[in-house]
Design a protein around this ligand. Structure first.
Ligand code: KG4
Ligand code: ZN
Length: 356
């Protein structure tokens, strides 16, 4: 079964052809990174305009690269939630048009579920059920995944997503966009125990995430913040007088930035690993699947390895190019929905917010 996947939820225009859920025949990603670079984040209007310009060439390229014709397709799959609504609509409209013109089914795909599905391209023998962690620029979510089409939401982002926190902290530290890879790299030269940034676990047993506090903590630590009554002696060590200007410290600036980056990364990674393992221990999962851009993070992978060594718990990651947004994951997951006859129709809508 040949499925064309379409993905336009954020800042990448993607189309891919996947055979029988696991074999990627073509996978085209038109990145808008250069367009958003100067703004330090994704600008929705610019993203929509760029999707409009790229969607047809990207679909054409995915079909020709696959060496097939449109008539060889068995179904069209499209990410219709969550994401920027204008961006989603462009992929959705292209998908509906093709479905109608070719008289083939359209399959709606949840972008977050598809990120977790991506691990299936990297391993042959994945045993479900899985505990899925999705850590991307827009979301941080935990799922109990009974099978490739069955996802139970366990908890998620209350404010900033993990990748968003990486991007914002990188901006504060002047490292550029997207921040995740920059922080990952510079952290290799830093001391991850240099600054005890806060770890936000929320309520006991909570499987939700909150990363906006640590982002603010880094901001204050880096730029300085006037000491206030009542905040002296904070064990976080991040409140200090303007006069106590650490930016004038004798430590070379690059080393200071590397220490801050490494300490920030350590705090985020620690929460991601501990909450995922806590969830794993409370659900009957056989392994852990991690998807989304943050799944590329070197320290995240190290800490999961350290935490699971000798336990026999398999931890699955997508290949690096399939951690970030792509349409292969959309077409791959759609195959399993097709097997169950779970098709949509031309009334399908774009839904911006994630609906558990
Ligand atoms: O999954 P994705 O393409 O976007 C969404 O669907 O939202 O992930 C992009 C996010 C960005 O926030 C980026 O900074 C982060 O993934 N990212 C990383 C790394 N590579 C990408 N975060 C931490 N470490 C990395 N190596
Ligand atoms: Zn994504």
């Amino acid at each position: 079964m040949l499925i064309l996947g379409i993905e336009t939820s954020c800042d990448e225009t993607c189309a891919a052809v996947v055979e029988d859920g696991y074999k990627i025949i073509s996978n085209i990603v038109a990145s808008q990174e250069a367009l958003h670079l100067q703004f330090g984040g994704v600008v929705p209007e610019i993203a929509c305009r760029a999707h409009l310009e790229s969607i047809m060439p990207v679909i054409d390229a995915s079909i020709s690269r696959a060496g097939i014709g449109l008539n060889d397709l068995d179904a069209i799959a499209v990410a219709n939630t969550p994401g920027l609504v204008g961006a989603l609509l462009i992929g959705l409209t292209a998908a509906k048009t093709l479905s109608w013109a070719l008289s083939i089914p359209i399959v709606d795909i949840n972008h977050l579920h598809a990120h977790i599905y991506s691990v299936n391209f990297a391993y042959e023998d994945i045993h479900y059920p899985l505990l899925g962690l999705l850590a991307s620029g827009g979301h941080t979510s935990l799922f109990f995944v009974k099978d490739p089409t069955n996802y139970t939401f366990l908890g998620g982002t209350l404010d900033d997503a993990a990748g968003e926190a990486f991007d914002k902290v990188a901006k504060v530290l002047g490292l550029g966009y997207p921040g995740g890879p920059k922080i990952d790299n510079i952290s290799k030269n830093g001391n991850r125990n240099a600054i005890p940034f806060p770890r936000s676990y929320l309520a006991k047993d909570s499987l939700d995430f909150s990363f906006s506090g640590i982002k603010t903590a880094v901001l204050y630590y880096y730029h300085g913040y006037p000491r206030r009554e009542g905040l002296q002696g904070s064990n976080l060590g991040m409140w200090y007088d303007k006069d106590d200007d650490r930016s004038q410290s004798s430590t070379p600036d690059l080393k200071r930035v590397a220490d801050i980056a490494a300490s920030f990364q350590e705090a985020v990674v620690e929460v991601l690993v501990n909450k995922t393992l806590y969830a794993f221990n409370n659900y009957p999962a056989k392994g852990i699947a991690i998807g989304g851009g943050v799944a590329r993070n070197t320290r995240l992978r190290e800490r999961f390895k350290e935490a699971t060594i000798g336990t026999g718990i398999p931890v699955y990651y997508p290949s690096p190019d399939l951690c970030t947004d792509n349409a292969a994951m959309i077409a791959g997951l759609a195959y399993h929905k097709c097997l169950k006859g779970a098709f949509s129709d031309l009334s399908l809508e774009a839904i911006s917010n994630f609906q558990p």
